[in-house]
Design a protein around this ligand. Structure first.
Ligand code: ADP
Length: 292
């Protein structure tokens, strides 16, 4: 954790507790039927097992954070949730990822449709080298949009509004998305992700390339977006997990029989509990900075 100030467990606990005025539904071990659930999921790259036996039940309209030391498999797990790992030739997922009652890895499931319904925002803002307008309109069009120009204008305005960017760009929609600041580019990518009406937004360290003010705006935006979407975020920043998430999954790594480092889930708990009364000693050691 070289890029974050040393924080005590007490400070993290305070942050986690102050960020949430609503009790988290299903704060006990009994979780409701989630929006997406991994069951005994293993992910391999070639014959290397990167993560083992992951069971996670992500809840609707919550922000879930995935935390843990570098290489424990957070991004791998995130990418498995919308079949983004399929784009890595050596990657293979075993077990199930159940979304709306269906295993997304079953034969006949269209990964493109899965990726539309579980949109993704990446670490580095990656707008298309197109106008701000077309950054939104393009993905909507290729997803079969049949409306009028006015309808598309409405879709673009709504998406940019949801991403808290409309007021800043409404007078320059024809300018390149790449002309925006880093934080604005990331909000443009969020607008692009929500424009195709997903119900889950996956975010892979979305603030790690941003300054603290742009980071804060994205965090505020996430809290707004969770009213309409379920959000799953990978973050290497424990304060960020404590500030924004309802529930946190902590991963760690262990050596397998061949001496390879395989990631596994240690615990998945309501965030305020994870930072105040972690169930596992490993979690406590991690959040108090004893390793990682
Ligand atoms: P984290 O996000 O927690 O840092 P990752 O999911 O990126 O962890 O990586 C988990 C493990 O999988 C690491 O050992 C990493 O080296 C390996 N890995 C990640 N991506 C690939 C890939 N495309 N090919 C081979 N190994 C990979």
């Amino acid at each position: 954790m070289s890029d974050q100030p040393v924080t005590t467990g007490e400070e993290l606990a305070e942050t986690a507790a102050s960020g949430h005025d609503q009790p988290v539904a299903g704060a006990s071990d009994e979780l409701a039927q989630g929006i997406i659930e991994t069951r005994n999921m293993d992910v391999y790259y070639g014959d290397f097992k990167a993560v083992s036996d992951i069971n996670l039940n992500f809840q609707t309209n919550e922000i879930s954070a995935l935390i843990g030391p570098s290489g424990c498999g957070k991004s791998t797990v995130l990418r498995s949730l919308n079949r983004m790992n399929d784009l890595i030739p050596t990657a293979r997922t075993e077990g199930e990822v159940v979304y709306h009652g269906e295993n997304i890895y079953a034969s006949g499931v269209d990964p493109v449709e899965i990726r539309r319904r579980l949109g993704m925002v990446f670490q580095k803002p990656n707008p298309f080298p197109k106008s701000i307008y077309d950054n939104i309109a393009w993905g909507v069009k290729i997803n079969g949009f049949k409306g009028s120009k006015q309808d598309m204008d409405d879709v673009v305005e709504q998406a940019l509004g949801q991403a808290a960017l409309w007021d800043e760009v409404k007078d320059k929609l024809g300018e390149s998305g790449l002309s925006l600041s880093g934080g604005q580019q990331q909000r443009l990518c969020i607008a692009r992700a929500v424009a195709t009406q997903p119900d889950v937004v996956l975010m892979d360290e979305p603030c790690s390339a941003l300054d603290p003010i742009a980071t804060l705006r994205i965090e505020e935006l996430m809290l707004e977006l969770k009213k309409d979407y379920s959000i799953i975020i990978v973050t290497h920043n424990m304060q960020q997990a404590a500030r924004v998430s309802d529930r946190t999954a902590f991963f760690n790594v262990e050596l397998d029989s061949r001496g390879m480092r395989t990631g596994y889930l240690v615990e998945y708990s309501p965030t305020d509990l994870l930072f105040t009364k972690p169930r596992e000693q490993q979690t406590e050691d991690y959040i108090t900075g004893r390793f990682g």
